[in-house]
Design a protein around this ligand. Structure first.
Ligand code: ADP
Ligand code: MG
Length: 712
């Protein structure tokens, strides 16, 4: 077996490879682009392209692809081979132009109405800040994607722009504070990724999992997560083999896969990498999700990244650990030993507090999706109300600043294990609060409301931009101050006083918090349509336009795409449910049990079982009138009644779905899907699940929750 340090990054055109393979001048020019954001010369690109191609071909690559992140929610790639005809054969070639620019058809990607289909041209542009890599015989080049007329059509471009903005504003503030050696500031992200693994054979029998990524029917298994025996539990052999394989694949791609463990729900797991800069973390998280699914196939498994694959057990999220660091290696969210006298830290903390309060709607919007609607607000994920947790220590400090009181630090204490052979160790300053959507965790914030399948570019470009805006305001307020320290202190006090309502250290899952948050005037946007209704608020448009992240038209396009995606997903779910419920009984002989395999829908399956029961009753009666048949009759009655209700609801769902589909306005349509279609789906499911509980397991057409959750 190859050793991990040799394996790590072996498929990546990283700094080490570049140093070995590029002429010194080219390497230096490229470095300047990567580190200082300077534009790249085409002659340099030619040299880089050639070196990249030679390297990739040695690793077995025959093709290259511009890899980008359109608004579809998944990454996109189109592969071209390196071949170039020469008289009687071919040679492998790759030019700087091909490296820098690609031309995928832009009309087939969501554009929210910006692009008419006849204006098809779109460009992908190489992002040299994220290294290229080889995968499945192709050289992958991370790129940004825009239309011929320059509209941004992807998730990556706003992220890169927001990083530039935050850097510029942070550097100005730092220079004011005397840190003139800082020339760049980068945001860092470590995304913790949750997922489920199910057996491929069982997955294949479930139309809902295949088409929607989640179960639309399914009675709860007798055992769920109530024993709390899965979280951090010993990893099963099959899962361990998968995780090992996954780690290796990720390491080869230079992804810093670090932590793996079982999660709360049965069959649920987590993978966390070591953090990196936001854009690389984004590319790596997208890659991680893809590799997770590919590797699962090799193990006869399917990796589910949906936010709520199973009703009644925890769903999957993604924790976006986020911080800001300078090019001199300083973490700006690190409080240091004496936060009370660390004005720089307090200033950056104040910027985040102010941003989260003023743009709580955007943070909620950025995590809104059809899948995440099942989690936010349920007792498993941070609620739909955005608030911040600072921990007791910082909270006391903020309190003392607001009230002008002395601050007494809860100085670091030692953990005494009380067992001689176990070492005592330094305790963290504050406990954790797992219920907060936005928690300070020592030297970073952990944004916990993200759904598991979300592209992290979105929450991060929003977060970066809103903090950039606050830093811009801070700089303006401080730049002409005579007494800088006093002015900073006054500013910090003012910000904490005005925005203290966003800080909450208690239990975010409690009903009291919902009431308290309402009293404080915090938003509680329970579903995607409710959240998206705020996207186009004037202050939000101003934020993105002022910082050149996107134009108003581009932002509106994003809004329309989010709504359209939501409606489409609910439409697919409704149609899939109807298909699974299907009322037509195929013409099969009810006596030939083998044929039930073709009856893979609910209604005929229940009919078949009821027929079995009625046959039993008749048979018993034929033997003797005195044989009791009460049990069968009770079940026959119950199931027959449910079948009636099931059929009615099926019709109602069909009608609601058609009505919603006919609505023109996207927001109105999304509300119809939420309030009418989704509500009906829930009602239909309830009846379906209660029938599943009553019929014999081998009659039910789908693998049960027990099979799915405990089958690996
Ligand atoms: P947890 O207990 O929540 O798992 P960890 O300390 O293990 O906390 O970190 C979780 C994630 O946060 C990891 O991906 C880690 O790399 C990341 N992280 C740590 N420091 C930073 C930072 N400065 N910026 C961004 N992410 C960070
Ligand atoms: Mg965490």
């Amino acid at each position: 077996m190859t050793k991990v340090p040799e394996m790590f990054g072996s498929m990546v055109f990283n700094d080490k490879v570049m140093r070995e393979r590029l002429p010194k001048a080219t390497y230096k020019a490229l470095k300047k682009t990567v580190e200082n954001g300077e534009p790249l010369d085409e002659s340099v690109a030619n040299v880089v392209a050639n070196a990249m191609k030679d390297w990739a071909v040695e690793l077995g690559a025959t093709h290259f692809t511009h890899w980008f992140q359109p608004m579809t929610g998944v990454t996109a790639e189109k592969h071209d081979s390196f071949i170039q005809p020469t008289g009687d054969g071919v040679i492998m070639e790759f030019s700087g132009k091909e490296l820098i620019k690609g031309e995928p058809d832009a009309s087939s990607f969501p554009s929210g109405g910006i692009r008419a289909t006849f204006e098809a041209r779109g460009y992908t542009t190489w992002d040299p800040t994220s290294p290229a890599f080889v995968r499945d015989g192709s050289l992958y080049i991370p790129t940004a994607f825009c239309s011929y007329t320059g509209e941004v059509l992807d998730k990556k471009t706003p992220l890169l722009r927001s990083m530039e903005r935050l850097s510029a504003e942070a550097v100005r503030v730092l220079h004011l504070l005397g840190k003139t050696d800082v020339t760049r500031v980068a945001t860092t992200v470590g995304p913790e990724q949750e997922y489920f693994l199910v057996d491929k054979e069982m997955y294949d029998q479930r139309e809902d999992l295949k088409l929607c990524g989640r179960t639309l029917f399914g009675a709860m298994a007798p055992k769920g997560q109530e024993l709390e025996d899965h979280y951090f539990g010993a990893i099963k052999t099959r899962v361990a083999a998968y995780m090992r394989d996954l780690d290796e694949e990720l390491w080869k791609l230079g992804i810093l896969a670090k932590t793996k463990h079982n999660e709360v729900a049965p069959s649920q797991h987590e993978l966390a990498p070591i953090f990196s800069t936001s854009n690389i973390a984004t590319d790596h998280n997208e890659l991680t999700m893809e590799v997770m699914q590919k590797v699962a196939e090799r193990h006869g498994l399917v990796c589910l990244l949906h936010e709520k694959p199973f009703k009644g057990v925890n769903g999957s999220g993604k924790h976006n650990n986020w911080s800001i660091s300078t090019n001199t290696g300083e973490n700006l969210l690190s409080p240091g030993k004496n936060p009370e006298s660390n004005l720089q830290f307090l200033l950056f903390l104040a910027a985040v507090v102010k941003a989260v309060d003023e743009y709580q709607d955007l943070l909620r919007i950025t995590v809104a999706s059809a899948g995440n609607d099942h989690r936010l607000g349920a007792n498993e994920a941070p609620p739909a109300i955005i608030s911040m947790y600072l921990g007791d220590d910082l909270d006391a400090l903020v309190h003392s600043i607001i009230n002008g009181e002395d601050y007494h630090s809860n100085k670091e204490s030692r953990m005494r294990t009380g067992v001689d052979v176990l070492a005592d160790f330094k305790k963290d300053k504050s406990d954790r609060n797992r219920t907060s959507p936005f928690a300070f965790t020592g030297n970073k914030f952990e944004f916990r409301a993200l759904g598991s399948s979300l592209n992290i570019a979105c929450p991060n470009y929003m977060l970066n931009t809103m903090v950039a805006e606050e830093l811009r305001q801070f700089y303006e307020a401080l730049k002409d101050a005579d007494e800088l320290d006093a002015a900073i202190k006054a500013l910090i006090k003012d910000v904490f006083t005005k925005h203290r309502r966003i800080i909450f250290n208690g239990d975010n899952y409690s009903d009291e918090w919902v009431k308290e948050a309402e009293r404080r005037g915090l938003l509680n946007l329970k579903s995607l349509p409710e959240a998206l209704a705020h996207f186009m608020d004037e202050k939000n448009i101003a934020l993105f336009v002022d910082h050149n992240i996107c134009t108003e038209q581009e932002l509106r396009a994003r809004y329309e795409i989010d709504l359209e995606t939501y409606c489409k997903q609910l439409n697919i779910e409704a149609l899939t449910m109807l298909d699974m419920a299907r009322t037509i009984t195929p013409a099969v002989s009810l006596f030939v049990r083998e044929l039930t395999d073709t009856v893979r829908t609910i209604t005929p399956a229940v009919s078949l079982f009821v027929r079995e029961l009625t046959d039993t009753v008749l048979a018993k009666k034929a033997v003797s009138e005195s044989i009791p048949v009460k049990a069968e009759l009770k079940l026959i009655n119950s199931l027959a009644e449910k079948q009636e209700r099931f059929a009615e609801l099926t019709e109602e769902l069909k009608a609601e779905n058609s009505a919603a589909a006919a609505i023109e306005d996207n927001l109105e349509k999304a509300f119809a899907y939420r309030n009418n279609v989704f509500a009906k789906m829930e009602a239909l499911r309830e009846v379906g699940d209660s029938m599943e509980e009553e019929i014999a397991a081998d009659y039910w057409p789908y693998p049960s929750y027990t099979d799915l959750l405990f089958g690996v």
